[in-house]
Design a protein around this ligand. Structure first.
Ligand SMILES: Cc1cc2nc3c(=O)[nH]c(=O)nc-3n(C[C@H](O)[C@H](O)[C@H](O)COP(=O)(O)OP(=O)(O)OC[C@H]3O[C@@H](n4cnc5c(N)ncnc54)[C@H](O)[C@@H]3O)c2cc1C
Length: 454
């Protein structure tokens, strides 16, 4: 250990970096972390947390309508966008402070500045007080990802998700470009908050990678909620005019907008990291290649989270951090299991999903049984709210194991989290059937669907 300033140097204090730094320090390692922006990274500052807060805010639009059916008169509801932004910023600052306390309390040295690799054991951090160099026994790269916008005329006029949380004034006419979960969430959120939203996607259907039933169902619900969804549609150019932005589509149609959000993908955050100085090359997709132990080509440099472009989710980055800490400072090597990672999409209605899509299951197992239920949630019945809920189970016919579970409806993420435990435990459809439902809930459908539809 002699000759090293620390046992672990972490570059990036986001989801993965904070967890790794804190847990390594708690195990007695000397840890330094460098963060160029706010502590907590994407998730806390411009991702999961502010997005979920705004999704909750948007949900009230539906709730006020439902309330009328239950006899409540709430008057004309109006949104104070400045208050929402202010309250969000206050909550995020509180979380930033908690992250700092967690790190400092665990004995981690926190440096505010940009970290660059000088060689396979040395990191330089550009802080306000000048550059500092550290020789580290191990280096963990946890620099996350960043939005990517394609090149086209007028690209300079578009925003990314990073800027949407503080956009001012509120965009009454918003164009969202993209078909992934971030594009769908922002379209749904801003529609709920009162914007007129157009969602443009060049592909056949939004949410590639999700179950096809879920994709079609969600698309239908977005439209029902008022989102103008245009599939097989792309942008040719964007021009600033006195009354806003003119978005010219490839079919020559021109849309007027106050703001255009590009949510067309994210790329690993590797620019300016000095990877070449440590002898590291990138994968063809621009990510840092790692083995099953998260080691790069330089074995004492490891990488986790979005910068490795595996499953880009906060709980995955956290779990990877724990595997790394156990390996370097704890019980030893163990493998992260990427099967049955549940996830949610915070649209209105929301999506919760775990396991295989129907198409993936058919490819893997051949014979599958599909159970599907569609209904209107009790909460919506009195107001005439036309939103519907979809629940779907995918079962491997040979083993009877439930290999896919999908929901579109209120609180889908809350519902699916518990089922993910059952599925990781290998629950069969027979076990689902023998489980007593909680009545009346939407979740009980998952244990009461008896007749396969395919
Ligand atoms: C809009 C949006 C919504 C999302 N919603 C969800 C969700 O609902 N659920 C979910 O699970 N995931 C969600 N995600 C994904 C989630 O935020 C990421 O998967 C997660 O933050 C990845 O963690 P990380 O540690 O890899 O990187 P990050 O959290 O991105 O942290 C990386 C940190 O490294 C810093 N950094 C980068 N380079 C350097 C450098 N050279 N020196 C010093 N610091 C550096 C950055 O400033 C950043 O703070 C969302 C993402 C976005 C963009």
């Amino acid at each position: 250990m002699s000759g090293f300033d620390c046992d672990l140097f972490v570059i990036g204090a986001g989801s993965g970096g904070v967890r790794a730094a804190r847990m390594a320090a708690q195990r007695g390692a000397r840890v330094v972390v460098a963060e160029a922006a706010a502590l907590g990274g994407t998730c806390v500052n411009v991702g999961c947390v502010p997005k979920k807060l705004y999704s909750e805010a948007a949900q009230f639009a539906d709730d006020f309508r439902d309330a009328a059916g239950f006899g409540w008169d709430v008057g004309a509801a109006t949104l104070d966008w400045a208050r929402l932004r202010r309250n969000r910023a206050k909550e995020i600052s509180r979380l930033n402070g908690i992250y700092e306390q967690l790190l400092v309390g665990a004995g981690v040295q926190v440096l505010r500045g940009w970290g660059t690799l000088c060689d396979a054991h040395t990191v330089q951090v550009a802080t306000n007080e000048g550059a500092q160099r550290f020789r580290a026994r191990h280096i963990l790269i946890a620099t996350g990802g960043t939005p990517s916008v394609p090149h086209f005329p007028g690209r300079e006029h578009v925003l990314t998700s990073d800027q949407m949380f503080d956009i001012e004034p509120f965009p009454k006419r918003l164009v969202v470009v993209g078909g992934g979960y971030i594009a769908c969430e922002f379209a749904s959120i801003f529609q709920g908050l009162g914007a007129q939203v157009r969602l443009l996607y060049r592909g056949e259907q939004v949410l590639r990678g999700f179950d096809d039933d879920v994709r079609a169902f969600l698309a239908q619900e977005l439209v029902k909620h008022g989102v103008d969804l245009r599939l097989r549609t792309d942008v040719e150019a964007i021009e600033r005019r006195p009354d806003g932005l003119a978005v010219t589509l490839t079919n020559a149609e021109v849309l007027e907008a106050d703001a255009v959000l590009y949510a067309t993908g994210r790329v690993p955050n590797v620019a300016g990291l000095g990877l070449e100085s440590a002898g590291l090359a990138l994968s063809p997709h621009g990510a840092i290649p790692v083995d099953d132990d998260y080691r790069t080509a330089a074995p004492h440099i490891l990488a986790i989270g979005d910068v490795t472009a595996r499953l880009q989710l906060t709980p995955v980055a956290l779990a990877e951090a724990m595997v790394v800490v156990d390996q370097l400072f704890g019980e030893g090597r163990r493998r992260m299991d990427y099967e049955f990672v549940p996830t949610a999409v915070f649209t209105h209605p929301s999506i919760g999903t775990v396991g295989l899509t129907e198409a993936q299951a058919r490819e893997r197992f051949g014979a599958v049984r599909i159970f599907r239920s569609e209904f209107r949630a009790l909460k919506h019945t009195l107001s005439g709210n036309a939103e519907r809920t979809l629940m779907k189970l995918v079962v491997d016919a040979a083993s009877d194991r439930v290999v896919g579970l999908h929901m579109v409806g209120p609180d889908a993420g809350e519902t699916v989290q518990g089922f993910a435990v059952a599925m990781r435990a290998g629950a069969t459809k027979a076990l689902f059937d023998s489980t007593i439902g909680i009545h009346p809930t939407a979740a009980e459908e998952f244990v009461t669907m008896r007749e396969p539809v395919a």
